[in-house]
Design a protein around this ligand. Structure first.
Ligand code: ZN
Length: 207
């Protein structure tokens, strides 16, 4: 998942695109070039459970964390790299420790919901409102196959739900309202950016 506003990269301190130095921007561009984007069928496909906890898995996790960090993302699902395995990484905030969850299961999600804007590394330039549970409990395995339990709230809970959706072939576009979905699809088709604020602007007249 991406917390960057449409097409203008923001650094960890929330500065505008100009706050990123050229090296950081170049690393982000390189990382994003490895992430599958909208239209790629892998993003609509469900991943299969991981069965082997070997060096290859550890290598995939390492690579995913480095791509997520270079892309300035807060989470990444294996399917976004074309790896059809149930594996996600997250780092919900610059001070958070990056972690990986293998075969994650959303065991419980609160009835308390919140709407927030979500970007996605696979939907460059697109931000839509998504309603999610504020609290979530996720069970899974670590990279060694040991059971882990995450009790998450706020951004961490949101990132987990977003990435688990990816493993089921579900995108933010499937979770937002019809109007935003339609406008976002149009923007993707035309290579433009979209955020909910775009809909708040008064309609342009034909004149
Ligand atoms: Zn995403």
């Amino acid at each position: 998942m991406d917390t960057q506003p449409a097409d203008s990269a923001v650094d960890a301190d929330g500065e505008g695109g100009d706050g990123l130095d050229a090296e950081v921007r170049e690393r982000r561009r390189e990382a994003l070039s490895r992430v599958r984007t909208f239209g790629d069928p892998v993003l609509k496909s469900a991943a299969s459970p991981v069965g082997e906890f070997d060096e290859a898995l550890a290598g995939d996790v390492e690579r995913m964390i480095s791509i997520m960090q270079d892309a300035l993302g807060v989470g990444l699902a294996a399917t976004q790299l074309g790896l059809m395995r149930r594996l996600l990484v997250l780092q919900p905030g610059p001070d958070a420790t990056p972690s990986a969850v293998v075969n994650p299961e959303l065991e419980w999600a609160s009835e308390e919901l919140a709407v927030a804007e979500e970007g996605c590394l696979s939907l460059p330039g697109i931000v839509v409102d998504v309603e999610r549970s504020v609290h979530a409990r996720v069970r899974g395995l670590d990279v060694h196959g040991q059971p882990m339990l995450l009790e998450a709230s706020g951004l961490e809970a949101r990132v987990l739900q977003h990435e688990i959706d990816h493993l089921d072939g579900v995108l933010t576009l499937d979770r937002t309202d019809r109007e935003q979905r339609r406008a976002a699809l149009r923007a993707l088709r035309e290579g433009e950016t979209f955020s909910p604020e775009d809909l708040a602007e008064p309609a342009t007249s034909e004149a």
